[in-house]
Design a protein. Sequence first.
Length: 293
Amino acid sequence: MPLQGNLRDFSTTQLLNLINLAGKTGTLTIYEGIRTGEKDAVGGDKMSAGKERARVSFKIGKLILASLGGQDGNLVSVLNKAGKLTDEQARIIKERARNTTDKALALLLINANYVTQRDIVSSIQQHTLDVVYNLLGWSEGPFRFEDNSLPPSDRILVPIDLENVIIEGARRIKEIEQLNSHLPNLDMALKFPDNPREKFKGIHLSVEEWRVVSFVNPKNTIRQIAKANNMSEIEIRRIVYGLEQAGLVEVVRPAITEMVAANASGKAQTPARKAPPVQKPVINKLIDKIRSI
């Protein structure tokens, strides 16, 4: 009989511990929760399983594969995400090897000197870990563990010890809690401090950090910046926290909110409007110059 329940009552970390200690083989599937309107025995909302959110497979207590619902976890996508293939290379390979299995494609890519065996193993391993670390932060949702259910034989499986995953996951959960506490509201905006040229001089930022910096504008909320850069809430919080601690940005109320508040306090009130699309500031020209220093 499969193990099933809700992450609200039995967390992902507890599931991983159980699978690790029992040396289980099978697949854990986590679903979107659809509230039924009924209550369970402890007074919580009953949920039925909706769309699949994640699928994680194990063999004899080791993590071997993981994927998020709606994401293409094939080898080409994984290598592209890891930076081992360019977007153009990934597009061409997908078109030409549409019906090729991951194992067969891996041999073709290695023989064509696109990637090495090490590139493939490390990329798949990192992709698997990223998925698991992501779902460790989920607090609710129906799940089901099917014994002896494994991925198709054409997938490349990279065994990973669960002990280290659980330890690192616990560290990341603590970090997430700290980031949420520091920046609980993503509807705030960012602005540059005085003399931004001096602040940025000699600073080496990652690609993701430069992307966020390029949208710094009191008119843009942090949530809008995250959406414009296709970043999760945790990713944008981590980047904003780092930039803020370095003194490169300051968190402020968005300009649109201040305008609405000012109108509300005056005699003539203007109806609140939707926030405008995310905008890039004029100071981007200055940033481009700074990056070239």
